[in-house]
Design a protein around this ligand. Structure first.
Ligand SMILES: Cc1ncc(COP(=O)(O)O)c(C=O)c1O
Length: 400
């Protein structure tokens, strides 16, 4: 049976991170795993909090019946209550548990939301660079991802967003802390975004939703915090997961929360429950719903990421590679340096990633995130490995 041509095309254009990940496995076989520096994938390598295993053990030895049965598609009420408590604190307003729909990771939750709100050819606006999968998720549901550039420091370019809005705009998607830049949008940027959406609604009658994708909310540096959204724009939705903050990406556990003040809040929640079902997720994984209900507020020590960030920044500076200082998440977005060995040539991000590969450093090109001339490094790797990569970075920088 032939694969649909558009899927073949999307596969070819979007699988570069996975490709690098697989090349990394090959290189590790060839050179030994300690001599390959794999900065390609955002797969958290800190272990989940001990309580996750404790609760898992308890659940494993429980004789309660029906623990693996279907449940209401929105999830267990006690899990939804725990998520409502979490998000009420983050959003500085009271969120009833009826606004929460559990999902299969942030990715599953985003797909449920987009399926619920998008009519064919409607647009979703996102500031670039952005998480590579957004384009596919929007396309999955007949929509079009419209990208706008950000400011030079990767903050939101509100004028560019305003200019991108029209009668077909369904949503603006914001991701803070951002993958790949680590940028956190300030409250004044969020207020500015709300103001321009209000003006757009006044002028056109079109209400645009803010969808905030926040899986990195807890991983922040230098005392930074992530702004709330609900107090500033009623028609807003939070999507998140425990993939990054509790290091549970393989367990596919996430959630959606609809602002209780949204115009059609309960209809929207019902629609997301329905799309979760018809997309074939049916409901979020039962066991991990119970686990996150018990562990969502376990303290986590993110200092290993902070130490790696400091070390990697030092090494990159020594190697002559400049970067955007990440305020959160665990990525460093680096500018491709000017070539020193070729007169007048800048060199593009794909070439620079290939160049780094010769020094057994694996990274991903910025063009996949909608930003040419940059590369992304993920520091989900041991500090010792980052320390060992120093010579390779310096040599690669010198030879470029
Ligand atoms: C910005 C962003 N959103 C969503 C996701 C998907 O997260 P999950 O594994 O919870 O589906 C990721 C994963 O890397 C991400 O970086």
């Amino acid at each position: 049976m032939p694969v649909a041509p558009h899927i073949k095309e999307f596969m070819a254009s979007s699988s570069f991170i996975r490709k690098m990940f697989e090349e990394g496995i090959q290189l590790k076989k060839q050179y030994g795993k300690d001599s390959v520096y794999d900065f390609s994938i955002g797969n958290p390598d800190l272990e989940p909090p001990a309580k996750v295993r404790d609760v898992l053990r308890e659940l494993g030895s429980s004789n309660e019946r029906g623990m693996h049965a279907y449940m209401p598609n929105a999830g267990y009420p006690e899990t939804r209550k725990a998520m409502a408590e979490k998000v009420s604190g983050e959003q500085e307003c009271e969120v009833p548990f009826s606004q929460v729909v559990m999902g299969c990771g942030a990715a599953g939750a985003l797909n449920s939301v987009l399926k619920a709100i998008l009519s064919p050819e409607q647009e979703v606006v996102v500031s670039s660079p952005f998480f590579v999968e957004y384009a596919q998720y929007v396309r999955n549901h007949g929509g079009i991802l419209k990208t706008v550039s950000s400011q030079e420091d990767f903050s939101l370019d509100l004028e560019a967003i305003a200019a991108a809005l029209n009668n077909k705009t369904a949503a603006v998607l914001v991701n803070s802390p951002n993958n790949p830049t680590g940028k956190i949008y300030t409250t004044s940027e969020i207020k500015g975004l709300s103001d321009l959406l209000a003006k757009h609604r006044e002028k056109t009658g079109n209400t645009v939703m803010i969808i905030a994708d926040e899986p990195y909310r807890e991983i922040v540096y230098d005392g930074k915090t992530v702004s709330s959204i609900f107090p500033y724009w009623n028609d807003s939705i939070i999507v998140s997961s425990f993939a990054k903050n509790l290091s549970l990406p393989g367990e596919r556990i996430g959630y959606t929360v609809v602002n209780p003040s949204a115009e059609n809040a309960s209809e929207l929640v019902d629609a997301i429950i329905y799309t979760t079902r018809i997309l074939g997720f049916v409901n979020a994984p039962a066991t991990f719903q119970r686990i996150v209900a018990a562990c969502w507020n376990e303290p986590v020590d993110y200092s290993p990421y902070e130490k790696r960030r400091t070390l990697l920044k030092k090494i990159l500076t020594e190697a002559g590679i400049s970067f955007a200082n990440p305020e959160g998440a665990f990525y460093l977005f680096c500018k491709v340096p000017k070539r020193t060995n070729t007169v007048g040539e800048q060199g593009n991000d794909g070439e620079f990633c290939d160049h780094l590969k010769k020094y057994r450093i694996l990274t991903v090109p910025g063009k996949g995130f909608g930003k040419q001339g940059w590369i992304r490094l993920s520091y989900c790797i041991a500090e010792e490995s980052i320390a060992r990569s120093r010579e390779s970075f310096i040599q690669a920088g010198t030879d470029w």
